[in-house]
Design a protein around this ligand. Structure first.
Ligand code: ADP
Ligand code: MG
Length: 274
C-alpha cells in the first residue's frame, strides 16, 4: 500500500475495493477484466464517462480476452505440425493456383456450409502449407479444427478398433468443424486400414467439413485403397460438393534448392574469377 493511499482516505478506500474486486474477478475467471479494469477505471473517471459506458468497456475487454484465449487453445488443440499462413504463401511461385479462390476459401464459408476441400498436386507444391493456413483461418473464424496425416490417422483408427474404442475415437473427431487429413497417398493402407478410413470419411463427411491433401491423381487412389468399389465410394463422398484445388508446378522446395544451387555456382564462378 502506498503512503499516498494511507494519507488519502479515498485512495485507501479504492485500494481496499480493488483488492476485493481482484479476488472476485479471479474467482469468476475473468482475466481480461482483471488485467484492464484499473486502467479503464482511471480513464472513465478522467473522461467523466457514465457507468454503462464503463461497464461495457470492462465486459468488452473480457470478451476479447476470452476470444483470444479460445483461439490460442484451439490452435494448440489442432496439432498443426508447424505454423503456416497465407501471408507467407507466395502465389507467384504457384502460378497454377488462383489467388482469389484460395482467399475465398480462407473466408471459411466452406466450413459453415460443410463443404470439402481437396488439395491435389505433386510433393513440395504447398499443399500442407495451404492446409495449415486454411485450418488456422478457420480457427480464427471461430471453428474447431484438427490436423492429422493419413498415416497417423490410420494407425489411430486401427488401435481404436483393436481397443473397441472406435466409437469414442470417431466422436472426438465429430466435435471438430474442420478435419484436415494430410498426405493421402504416401503410404498404402492395409485392407482393414482402408475400411476404417472409409468409415471415418463416411461418418464425418456428412456432418463436417473435410480437407484432404494428396499427391495422387484420383485415378491412382485405388492403388492405396486397394478396393476399386470402396475407392469410388470414398471419392464420391470426399469430392461431393468439394473445392478441388490443384497445386501443380515444379516443387517449391526443389525450386528453392535449385535457386540456392545456382546462387552457389554463381558465387563459386565469381570467386574463381577473382
Ligand atoms: P507439399 O505438402 O505439397 O509437399 P509443403 O506445403 O510441405 O508441400 O511445402 C514445402 C515447403 O515449401 C514448406 O515449408 C512450405 O511452407 C514451402 N512452400 C511451398 N510452396 C510455397 C509457396 N508458394 N510460398 C511459400 N512457401 C511455400
Ligand atoms: Mg505435405
Amino acid at each position: 500500500m502506498t503512503t499516498q493511499a494511507i494519507n488519502d482516505p479515498a485512495a485507501l478506500q479504492d485500494t481496499i475495493r480493488e483488492t476485493v474486486i481482484d479476488h472476485q474477478l479471479r474467482q469468476l475467471k475473468m482475466p481480461g477484466a482483471l488485467r484492464h479494469y484499473r486502467d479503464l477505471t482511471r480513464q472513465a473517471r478522467a473522461a467523466g464517462e457514465d457507468v454503462l459506458t464503463y461497464l461495457e468497456a470492462v465486459l468488452s475487454v473480457e470478451m476479447e480476452s476470452r476470444r483470444q484465449n479460445q483461439v490460442a487453445q484451439r490452435l494448440r488443440d489442432a496439432h498443426f505440425p508447424f505454423p503456416r499462413d497465407l501471408e507467407t504463401f507466395d502465389f507467384q511461385a504457384a502460378p497454377s493456383l488462383n489467388r482469389k479462390t484460395i482467399l475465398d476459401l480462407a473466408a471459411c464459408r466452406f466450413v459453415a456450409e460443410r463443404e470439402g476441400v481437396i488439395l491435389v498436386g505433386p510433393s513440395g507444391t504447398g499443399k500442407t502449407h495451404l492446409g495449415i493456413a486454411l485450418g488456422r483461418a478457420a480457427i480464427h473464424s471461430g471453428y474447431r479444427t484438427r490436423f492429422t496425416t493419413a498415416a497417423i490417422l490410420m494407425n489411430e483408427l486401427l488401435a481404436a478398433a483393436a481397443d473397441h474404442t472406435l466409437a469414442r475415437y470417431l466422436r472426438n473427431w465429430a466435435r471438430m468443424d474442420l478435419v484436415i487429413v494430410d498426405e493421402i497417398g504416401y503410404v498404402p493402407f492395409s485392407q482393414e486400414g482402408a475400411r476404417l478410413l472409409f468409415q471415418f470419411f463416411s461418418e464425418l463427411s456428412e456432418r463436417r467439413s473435410i480437407l484432404v491433401t494428396t499427391n495422387l491423381e484420383f485415378s491412382r487412389w485405388v492403388d492405396i485403397f486397394g478396393d476399386a468399389g470402396m475407392t469410388a465410394a470414398l471419392l464420391d463422398r470426399l469430392a461431393y460438393r468439394a473445392h478441388i484445388v490443384v497445386t501443380q508446378g515444379e516443387s517449391y522446395r526443389l525450386r528453392h534448392a535449385q535457386a540456392r544451387q545456382v546462387a552457389q555456382q554463381g558465387r563459386q564462378a565469381a570467386a574463381e574469377g577473382n
